[in-house]
Ligand binder design. Structure first.
Ligand SMILES: *Cc1c(COP(=O)(O)O)cnc(C)c1O
Length: 236
C-alpha cells in the first residue's frame, strides 16, 4: 500500500525523534530503551494516530477526556493511553477508565476521588504527581517545595500507585536552558524515593517535550511527551 504523504511525514518524524532520543541517551551514558516515547495526539485526527501506530508507536497522550474518548474506540486496543491534562474531579472516572497512566495528579481532593474509584473497582490507579517546577502561576502542578508533603499525604491511599513525577518545564529558547529545571525534578524524585513510602515508586520521570526533550533525557527523563515533533504544528 502506498502511504499518504502525511503518513510518510509522520513516519520520518518518528524516526528522527527516536534517533535524537537515542543520541541524547547515549551521550548521557544511558540505555535508550529506558526512555518511553509518548506521542501527544491532542488536536490530531485519527488517521494521524493510526499512521504513528503503523510506525510502531503504542503510547499516546491526550489532555482532554472527551476528545480522548472519541479516539480510544477508533484505534487498536493495545495502545497505552496517557492522560496529561488538568483533571477535574467529575472527569476522573472516565480518565481512569481509558488511561493507563494519569500524569497530572496535583492535589489531595483529586487523589481522594481517584482512590475511591480504585477502591470501588478493586485496583490501584497508576498516577504521576505533576510538579510545577518553574513555579509558573499559569501552569498546573504542585510547587516543588510542597511536592514531598503532597506525596507523603497521597502515600496513604491504598488504591493509588504513585509511579513517579511529571513536569512541563518553562518555555526556553534552547533545550539546555531547561536543564536546571529537569535536574531539580530528578533531585526531588531521589529525595522522595529515599522516604520509601507505601504505594510510591519513583520509576517514571515524565519530562521533556518537542522543545526540550534532549535536555530532559540528559537529566534523567524516562518518558518524553512529543506532539509537534511528530505530528507537525498543531491547529488550534
Ligand atoms: C501538548 C503537550 C505536550 C506536547 O507538546 P509539544 O510541544 O507538541 O511536544 C506534552 N505534554 C503536555 C502536558 C502537553 O499538554
Amino acid at each position: 500500500m502506498v502511504k499518504s504523504d502525511r503518513a510518510q511525514q509522520i513516519g520520518e518524524a518518528i524516526k528522527r525523534i527516536q534517533d535524537q532520543i537515542a543520541t541524547a541517551a547515549v551521550r548521557a551514558g544511558r540505555d535508550p530503551s529506558e526512555i518511553t516515547l509518548v506521542a501527544v495526539s491532542k488536536n490530531q485526527e485519527i488517521e494521524a494516530i493510526l499512521a504513528a501506530y503503523e510506525f510502531g508507536l503504542r503510547d499516546f497522550g491526550e489532555n482532554r477526556v472527551q476528545e480522548a474518548l472519541t479516539k480510544v474506540s477508533a484505534v487498536p486496543a493495545d495502545v497505552n493511553w496517557h492522560f496529561l491534562g488538568q483533571l477535574q474531579r467529575n472527569k476522573a472516572r472516565k480518565a481512569a477508565e481509558f488511561a493507563a497512566l494519569i500524569h497530572s495528579l496535583d492535589r489531595p481532593a483529586l487523589a481522594e476521588t481517584l482512590n475511591r474509584i480504585g477502591a470501588e473497582q478493586g485496583r490501584q490507579i497508576a498516577v504521576l504527581v505533576e510538579v510545577n517546577i518553574g513555579e509558573e502561576p499559569s501552569k498546573g502542578g504542585v510547587y516543588p517545595d510542597q511536592a514531598v508533603d503532597l506525596v507523603e499525604q497521597l502515600a496513604g491511599y491504598a488504591h493509588l500507585a504513585i509511579k513517579g513525577l511529571m513536569t512541563v518545564a518553562p518555555l526556553v529558547a534552547q533545550p539546555d536552558q531547561a536543564r536546571p529545571f529537569f535536574a531539580r525534578m530528578r533531585e526531588l524524585a531521589v529525595k522522595i524515593a529515599e522516604l520509601k513510602l507505601p504505594n510510591v515508586a519513583m520509576e517514571i520521570l515524565s519530562m521533556g517535550m518537542t522543545g526540550d526533550f534532549t535536555a530532559a533525557i540528559a537529566e534523567g527523563s524516562t518518558l518524553v511527551r512529543i506532539g509537534e515533533g511528530i505530528f507537525g504544528p498543531r491547529r488550534q
